[in-house]
Design a protein around this ligand. Structure first.
Ligand code: ZN
Length: 407
């Protein structure tokens, strides 16, 4: 970026000088044109970067630049092509102040990208008098640059998450660097071990051997792939996913109770309580609590299921594996005679994955689980918003840049 001391410096581009400023542009009275005249004779090949003495042809183009006040600014300059002897082809010249798409300056592309981080493409397009696709492509260019500047990751702790895409077995895997707090890999098409293997292949064996901890859902293919490609890494099943499984179990109990009561013709208290049941007691408003109290007075099984769900979170407060185990065994014992089939299934799953759950008690495995959950939630929001665009690369860039600093 050039240093701007005087206002005129804002339009000093290397190799050019300002010849004239003109008002208006065809069909756009709110525009101004700045005519640039070329000073340099030599032309640089855009592909190999070598200097050529001559050029092949040139064409006058209007290049959109940052707005100035309420005026839309266009630079008018000749853009050349070179017959590069090194590349042995006719190619676009390199002008560093232009974006990849030579119809915009780079600083304009970055401004569009920065704005898109906060607003919808549609709004930016209307504000800047651009097409929707043009804005989207500029944002993609901006995000690619953000990603390039962030450098190659060499993560010590990774978080692996899967999100379902649409209906059926269509999944995307997100891998995050938990220390640097950013997603580093996003891909599909499913959540198989083979798909996660591709992450480790991308990372390479050297960097994979630096991973100390892998945080994930209780999902066999992820564990198998990680044990194969990063055998030294400790595996930790994170609270977010474990509690999700428990919430699913509670929802299953709710549905079967609903069915049972519906058969009796009395669903007075259970109707419309799904949201309240899945929420934390502490987060409920007065009316929500009253409705649940009524429901629990009428239905003991749901009452027990709710209390067990609320207490399970304590598991992550213990500092010693032994204490955590004791808590879990007590919790499991409380299931006896309650006929909560989905809970029993959940307890079996926890028993089967115990090593990866107690791992959180080890001091070297303390990761911010709040961050993992926040990242997962944020990814889901982005996915939901970007889903309609049907642009896989856009979605990938959007996820990978969501925690990166703006440029
Ligand atoms: Zn070349």
């Amino acid at each position: 970026m050039q240093k701007i001391k005087r206002l005129a410096d804002a339009y000093r581009f290397p190799g050019f000088r300002v010849l004239a400023r003109l008002k208006g542009r065809f069909g756009d009275p709110k525009a101004s044109r700045i005519i640039l005249k070329r000073r340099r004779k030599k032309t640089i090949c855009g592909t190999c970067g070598k200097t050529c003495r001559s050029f092949y042809d040139q064409e006058t183009r209007q290049v959109r630049d940052l707005n100035c006040g309420d005026r839309r600014i266009y630079l008018e300059l000749s853009i050349r092509r070179v017959a590069c002897p090194h590349c042995n082809r006719v190619l676009q010249e390199r002008l560093d102040f232009l974006a990849k798409n030579h119809r915009y300056t780079q600083r304009f592309a970055f401004e569009v990208g920065r704005r898109c981080a906060r607003s919808a493409i549609k709004d930016i397009a209307r504000e800047l008098h651009l097409g929707w696709h043009a804005v989207k492509n500029l944002e993609k260019e901006y995000m690619a640059e953000q990603l390039r500047r962030a450098g190659n990751p060499a993560p010590k702790q990774i978080g692996i998450d899967e999100i379902s895409q649409g209906k059926g077995q269509d999944y995307r895997i997100t891998v995050s660097d938990l220390k640097r707090k950013r997603p580093i890999w996003f891909s599909g098409p499913d959540r198989s071990a083979a798909s996660l293997d591709r992450f480790y292949a991308w990372l390479g064996p050297k960097r994979a051997s630096g991973i100390k901890l892998a945080v994930m859902d209780m999902w066999e293919p992820f564990r198998l792939s990680t044990e194969k490609n990063a055998p030294q890494a400790a595996i930790l099943y994170d609270k977010f996913h474990v509690l999700n499984h428990l919430a699913d179990a509670l929802d299953e109990v709710r549905r079967s109770e609903y069915q049972r009561l519906a058969d009796k013709g009395d669903q007075r208290f259970i109707k419309g309580q799904r949201y309240h049941l899945l929420a934390h007691w502490a987060n409920l408003k007065y009316s929500g609590r009253q409705q649940l109290k009524q429901l629990f007075a009428a239905n003991k099984r749901l009452n027990v299921a709710y209390l067990l769900k609320e207490s399970f979170e304590q598991l992550w407060d213990y500092e010693r594996p032994g204490w955590a185990l004791k808590f879990f065994l007590n919790w499991r014992d409380a299931l006896r005679w309650q006929r909560l089939k989905p809970y029993e299934k959940f307890a079996r799953m926890i028993s089967g994955h115990w090593r990866g759950i107690e791992a959180y008690c080890q001091p070297e495995n303390k990761v911010s689980l709040g961050f993992v959950e926040g990242l997962n939630n944020k990814t889901r929001v982005i996915q939901r918003r970007a889903y309609g665009l049907r642009d896989e690369e856009y979605l990938r860039l959007k996820v990978l840049t969501m925690t990166l600093p703006l440029i």
